[in-house]
Design a binder for this molecule. Sequence first.
Ligand SMILES: Cc1cc2nc3c(=O)[nH]c(=O)nc-3n(C[C@H](O)[C@H](O)[C@H](O)COP(=O)(O)O)c2cc1C
Ligand code: SF4
Ligand code: FES
Length: 542
Amino acid sequence: MQNQRTVFVCHGTGCLSSRSGAVYDALKAEAKRLRLDVTIDFTGCHGFCEKGGIVVVEPEGIFYSHVQAEDVPEIVSSHLRDGKPVERLFYIDPATGKAVPYYREINFYKKQQRLILRNCGRINPEKIDHYIDAGGYRSLKKALLEMTPIQVIEEVKKSGLRGRGGAGFPTGRKWEFGYNVCADKKYVICNADEGDPGAFMDRSVLEADPQAAIEGLIIAGYAIGANDGYVYIRAEYPLAVKRVYTAIQQAKERGFLGKNIFGSGFDFEIHMKEGAGAFVCGEETALIASIESLRGMPRPRPPYPAQSGLFGKPTTINNVKTLASVPVVIDRGADWYAGIGSEKSKGTTVIALSGKIINSGLVEVPMGTSLSTIIFDIGGGIPDRRRLKAVQTGGPSGGCIPARFPDTQVDYETLSLMGSIMGSGGMVVMDDTTCMVEVARYFLTFTQAESCGKCVPCRLGTKQMLEILTRITRGKGQEGDIETLYDIARTVKECSLCGLGQTCPNPVLSTLNYFKEEYEAHIKKRVCPADQCRALKRKEKN
Ligand SMILES: Cc1cc2nc3c(=O)[nH]c(=O)nc-3n(C[C@H](O)[C@H](O)[C@H](O)COP(=O)(O)O)c2cc1C
Ligand code: SF4
Ligand code: FES
């Protein structure tokens, strides 16, 4: 694969929607017509979908963007036959306006450290041999043949790996709980529900490198003593569903799943369950209910899933990115992994960078990387010469951090100190045309609609907050609305049953804390300082 010239066409969801399927077919036909000795293959997402269709020619690493089927004859005759790459399809750096021919020289990628996304855009996700050639299943073999379950757990604990599903719970400790519970049957679950609007990290990993999460899930099963695993995946992600299914079949054929894996005596099977697309089904007790074909609603804890989970048996649940990190930890070692990141947040984080940003896409950086590095060095800054106003991190339950804190480190502790959360890694960049009251209203519209209604504080509190925010943005704010918002937000945070209610006031509280004057302008002066709310007066120009 390395020495022969291979043309990789991106077949992630983003590029396929830019008709990269036609590019692939045309490349195959044209290369055959000219009898060229090249391989045409496909990959999953590179994380830079706005540049799709993306085509990469290896081994030289030429990166073509916005490729359409009509461009194929020129790529084949000029580049593949005559050795002259097609300059007009090179990526153009928005800062310098210069063409950048090589993948490795594109600024968007240069400051990233890709561990979870290590194979994304580099291998064909439907060919297990590609994963194996890239070092895949080496960690499973090591774990099963050279380590006891306790040694695996100790290694993961020492690495400092924490759950990438949002709460950041230490993975090794979670596995230790699972290991210590005695039961005739245990389960491990890969949580691939990913319901945050705008988030596509887990979907991309599963579309581009499904074996990474599967290998992590098998190692998790070995560590806690489970012989059955589930992948709970959103049915709205048909390509990811298909690739995970194919990956499981191929892993079975190669003996990485089934009986007596690597002759170790350990048996493991993986089942898939498709979720119908409710955000709350990402919460672990609701997820378990959904797999059991019950209504997907959270239940009080204890008992925790580690004690009584799926079908009443001890169950350990991990996020896709957490599991995809596990083979790296086992392969490179805990000390190496713990050397990346900040003091208490180790390793890397995958961010879905979107909003008012020049380069939007999937970005993987060491934990602790500053907001300014992500926004300006990797994201290329704010378009149209506008100013950065705030950054919203953590998805719909996250908070807004104002531009005056550009050095904020992106890790669990710092974001929480700033009134936000890591969440699953969403990051929305806002410029000075953004109305912060409208931002709070937008995110609350989502969480209110997704509240399952089981507990009163969340069911009624989200509705009341949304009503107040809506009337403020319509120029009908009243004296006392700010105080009422604070009261309801605190009650919903403290009294709700599950994480949805406990975190959904974050967008309201953080915008109130950092941008209170905007709320006051809406209510007292009937002015929207960002000129966005149509029912209000325009900002007074001075
Ligand atoms: C409303 C809600 C939605 C959630 N959605 C997801 C999700 O889509 N994916 C995920 O991995 N975790 C999600 N979580 C967190 C999970 O409940 C759980 O903590 C996580 O899967 C554990 O894996 P980790 O330890 O690897 O992070 C959600 C939590 C809540 C409260
Ligand atoms: S907090 Fe909201 S989503 Fe969670 S159980 Fe209560 S009503 Fe349902
Ligand atoms: S789908 Fe091609 S870069 Fe994302």
